[in-house]
Design a protein around this ligand. Structure first.
Ligand code: IMP
Ligand code: MG
Length: 195
């Protein structure tokens, strides 16, 4: 896989996050919320969002696994790390990087739902336009995207690319086309100098 074109640049991300913060503030009306970030993909989004919110918020984190190193959800969602806060009576906002099949969110809602929160809302930066996930209730949505595998701004492929400050498409390597990393160093830097 190799890095393809930028889908959402840094400015557009900041603008989208600002809009989400205003929507959440309008809905909270000054009432406190517990932001539950889903590790690790939501970290950059959660930090930027929290800084734009005027509502009082507390932060907590959940980690689940569903992907391994592939590019499609296995549907086999496991809880890897639990919250350290009691959610009973709280207005919980789940902060997720991307909704693909919706299986991860389904599992998280199921876990939190048993703990008597006052309410559970979902804030997702991205949602893929794929058949079957239309019914996943996202209360605050940043961007709808086509069915690409994307990386950056927290999103990874096998743990790489999370720290890109924008969101880009990850593309399959074309047959016969070698990646820069696969070429000998001298040849790769000569190639770079020509560009
Ligand atoms: P779902 O359970 O199919 O909705 O998948 C959701 C989770 O899979 C997200 O929390 C991401 O961690 C991961 N994921 C889904 N699509 C992508 C993608 O395009 N790039 C990187 N991670 C993704
Ligand atoms: Mg995730």
């Amino acid at each position: 896989m190799k890095l393809g074109r930028t889908l959402i640049d840094t400015d557009a991300l900041a603008e989208g996050v600002g809009r989400l913060a205003r929507e959440i503030d309008a809905h909270q009306g000054g009432r406190p919320a517990l932001l539950v970030g889903i590790l690790k993909g939501s970290i950059f989004f959660l930090c930027d969002l929290a800084k734009r919110l005027e509502s009082p918020v507390m932060l907590d984190f959940l980690q689940v696994s569903s992907y391994g190193s592939g590019t499609r959800s296995s549907g086999n969602v496991r809880l890897l790390r639990d919250l350290s806060t009691d959610v009973a009576g709280q207005e919980v906002i789940i902060v997720e990087d991307i909704v693909d099949t919706g299986k991860t969110l389904g599992k998280i809602i199921e876990i939190l739902g048993t703990r008597k929160p006052r309410s559970v809302r979902i804030c997702a930066l991205l949602k893929k336009r794929i058949p079957g996930n239309e019914g996943i209730p996202v209360d605050y949505l940043g961007f709808t995207i086509d069915d690409h595998f994307v990386v950056g701004y927290g999103l990874d492929h096998a743990e790489s690319y999370r720290n890109l400050p924008y969101i880009a498409i990850l593309e399959p390597e074309v047959e016969g086309e070698e990646s820069a990393e696969a070429r000998p160093a001298a040849e790769a830097s000569a190639g770079a100098a020509k560009r």
